[in-house]
Design a protein around this ligand. Structure first.
Ligand SMILES: [Zn+2]
Length: 50
């Protein structure tokens, strides 16, 4: 189970084992998370720099 670091909602993962570096987008708040580990799955928020 993976949850959004920004809003704590669940992020659905289509693939059973996503690739490292894959970007998953939270459906609730739109925050982008990069897969930094796959076993177990760990996500890191991609902070937008402007
Ligand atoms: Zn979110």
């Amino acid at each position: 189970m993976t949850s959004c670091k920004e809003c704590d909602c669940e992020i659905p993962i289509e693939e059973e084992m996503p690739d490292i570096g894959e970007v998953l987008v939270c459906p609730a708040c739109g925050a982008e998370h990069e897969v930094i580990s796959t076993d177990p799955i760990k996500l890191e928020v991609i902070e937008e720099e402007k």
